[in-house]
Write a protein of this length. Structure first.
Length: 98
């Protein structure tokens, strides 16, 4: 099993449409770790770590997002595996807006 870590930025109508909670539910159901937050510029940021196949499936879902979202762009950046702080290595959570 190969693991990977990604930082993902999603733009469009992605705030106020349950994007963060839907992402958390999808990630937790797949056994992924990390977090999701709104950014002050209107984007959503996801940092995720886990089995590569599960991470890729989450990225595919993020391209559309929940029912009322309208995703216009998605940017995926590789980050070093293990780069999430220890407090985020056991679960996937909603982080405070930055």
């Amino acid at each position: 099993m190969q693991t990977t870590s990604k930082q993902i930025f999603i733009s469009g109508r992605v705030q106020g449409v349950f994007f963060r909670d839907s992402t958390r539910q999808k990630a937790m159901a797949s056994g992924l770790m990390g977090g999701v937050r709104n950014l002050s510029d209107g984007r959503v940021e996801v940092q995720v770590s886990g089995e590569e196949e599960a991470v890729q499936l989450l990225i595919k879902w993020l391209e559309t997002g929940p029912k009322y979202a309208k995703v216009s762009t998605i940017e995926v950046v590789d980050i070093p595996t293990g780069s999430l702080s220890d407090e985020h290595n056991e679960r996937f959570e909603i982080w405070r807006t930055r």
